[in-house]
Each structure stands twice: as C-alpha cells, then as structure tokens.
Design a protein around this ligand. Structure first.
Ligand SMILES: NC(=O)c1ccc[n+]([C@@H]2O[C@H](COP(=O)([O-])OP(=O)(O)OC[C@H]3O[C@@H](n4cnc5c(N)ncnc54)[C@H](OP(=O)(O)O)[C@@H]3O)[C@@H](O)[C@H]2O)c1
Length: 277
C-alpha cells in the first residue's frame, strides 16, 4: 500500500502531501468512495460545505476509526462557503459542518473564496482564528486568495494562514503566488491538480509518461510533489484512486521538469477568484 509523506505546516501540524478531493462526489457515494481512498492508503480528505457530502465523508472517517485507524492519522479539511462570510455567520457555519461531519475536531478549515466584493474575508478569518485558539481546528487557512487578498489579510489578522489552496496544474503554474507563499511560510495546496482531467492528452506529458512507464496523471502528480505542492486529486474508481497515490517511487529529471515548466499558459479550468462573490 502506498502512503503519502507528511510535511509540517507553519504551526508544526503535519499534513499529507497528497490527499483525496471530493468535489462533485455525490452525497450517496461519498462514504464508500472515501472508504476506498482510506483503504488505498490516503490519509487526507478535502471536502467543503459546498460539496454537500460532509456527512458521508465524516461517516467514512468514523467507520475507519471504528475499524482501528487512529483519528489522529486522518486529516480532514473543510471550508466555509461564500454565503456564510462574516464573524458570527462563519462560527455558525463551522458548527453546522462539524455536526454533519460528526467529528470532535477538524484538521484544517479554509475560507473557500475571498469574495472581494462582499469584503468580509477579514471578519471571516477572525472567526477562523477564534476556532483555532479554541482548539476546534488544528490549522486554518484560505483558498483562492490572490496576492492582494493575502497581503491585506496578513496586515489585519494575527495567525498566518497555514495553507492557500488554489487552482494549480501544468497549464496554470502560479509561480508568483508560490514564491510569495514560500516567503510567508504558507503551503501551496493545488486544487484541480490534473486540470480536471483536461491535460491528460497533452503530448509532452504523454511522452514523459511513456518514458517512465507511468500514466500521465501520475507524471503530473509527481511534478506537483517535486515542486513542493500539497495536492488533492479526485478520482471515481478504486483503480484511479490507487494509481494517483503511487507517485512516490519514481522521479522526474531536470529536463522533464523544464519541459513541464514550459507548458504554463495561464489557463484556468475554474473561476477567477476576483470574479467569485
Ligand atoms: N478550493 C476550491 O475552490 C476548489 C475548487 C475545485 C476543486 N477543489 C478540490 O480539489 C479537488 C481536485 O480537483 P478536481 O476534482 O476539480 O479536479 P482534478 O483532481 O484535477 O481532476 C479530477 C478529474 O480527473 C479525472 N482523473 C483523476 N485521476 C485520473 C487518472 N488517474 N486517470 C485519468 N483520469 C483521472 C477524474 O475522473 P473520474 O472522477 O471519472 O475518475 C476527474 O474527472 C476537488 O475534488 C476538491 O476537493 C477545490
């Protein structure tokens, strides 16, 4: 069984470098699919209030713990949705997420989008700080924050986000943001790390994959790992779930990394963070 290495966040909490994302996993499939991922060796699950599957995710984690896995060995992330921004509203949204998950504490809680037009991400983050200081969540962070959102947050709040989870893949490499994260001690977590499957037909990636006798998905996930990204691919079959975790036993060389670096074209598969409100 493969397992992802863990790295330390800026508060010392250990996080898996590769976990399982569950966006668009139907509520009724979520317990079985997360169970499959845990059986395959995944120890991090990335959900959100928006995904409407926190209940199933929580059940899978509780089932695994009942079956002998230590709760401390599983890392669960959730996120506050855009319509719950604001201090009190975020605290209430967190309670609702925890009720759905059925867990005593959360490992990582993120602001899903900055929603700059709402202009409430500062009080929203202060609610996350409260939850962090109360010990209800082990680490807090943000998602889809652009450099300007981050700078403003850092000026107005105390706890440096542990993570900024952003769209990132070979077509959208986010070099500037990653460099700023490195200066600030924030981990970059890549969502849609496979560009939702769209880049799997890329000929450059296909030739690298053929050279290593690996799939294109594995090459892309290996590239993320070598860049130092945290990564949370989603897949719907046991075979793909296993395949995506089996990326810690080969390495891309400098020429291959350079060839992938050249694929950056600033192309999003999801929304522009400044346009989501
Ligand atoms: N914070 C945010 O705003 C945000 C936004 C989007 C996503 N996310 C998080 O990031 C996670 C991953 O992103 P994502 O789900 O959008 O996209 P993704 O992980 O880049 O791609 C998932 C797609 O790739 C396919 N796929 C996965 N592994 C494959 C393999 N080995 N071979 C061939 N195809 C494969 C999947 O197909 P099948 O499902 O058919 O297997 C699915 O269609 C989400 O689940 C969610 O947790 C966060």
């Amino acid at each position: 069984m493969h397992q992802a290495p863990k790295v330390s966040l800026n508060n010392g909490v250990r996080i898996d470098q590769l976990g399982f994302g569950v966006y668009k996993v139907a509520a009724e499939d979520s317990t079985a699919l997360v169970g499959t991922a845990l059986d395959a060796g995944y120890r991090l699950v990335d959900t959100a209030a928006l995904y409407d599957n926190e209940e199933g995710v929580g059940r899978a984690v509780r089932d695994a713990v009942a079956g002998g896995l230590d709760r401390e060995d599983v890392f669960v992330t959730s996120k506050v949705w855009n319509d719950r921004h604001g201090f009190d509203s975020t605290l209430a949204a967190f309670d609702e997420s925890m009720d759905r998950l059925g867990l005593d504490y959360l490992d990582l809680y993120l602001i899903h989008w900055p929603c700059p037009e709402r202009d409430l991400y500062i009080p929203t983050y202060r609610a996350l700080e409260r939850l962090y200081h109360e010990g209800r969540v082990r680490a807090i962070g943000v998602s889809n924050f652009e450099p300007a959102h981050l700078e403003r947050l850092l000026d107005a709040t105390e706890v440096v986000p542990a993570v900024n989870q952003v769209e990132l893949h070979p077509w959208l490499q986010q070099d500037r943001l990653r460099a700023r994260h490195a200066e600030l001690g924030i981990h970059t977590q890549a969502w849609s790390p496979l560009a939702r499957g769209k880049l799997l037909a890329d000929p450059v990636l296909a030739s690298i994959a053929a050279r290593h006798d690996r799939s294109v998905a594995q090459v892309v996930l290996r590239w993320h790992v070598q860049l130092g990204n945290l990564v949370i691919p989603k897949a719907s079959s046991a075979a793909r779930i296993r395949e995506n975790l089996a990326v810690f036993d080969f390495a891309l060389d400098d020429a291959e990394l350079a060839a992938i670096a050249a694929l950056d074209r600033g192309e999003r598969t999801g929304s522009n963070p400044n346009a989501v409100n």
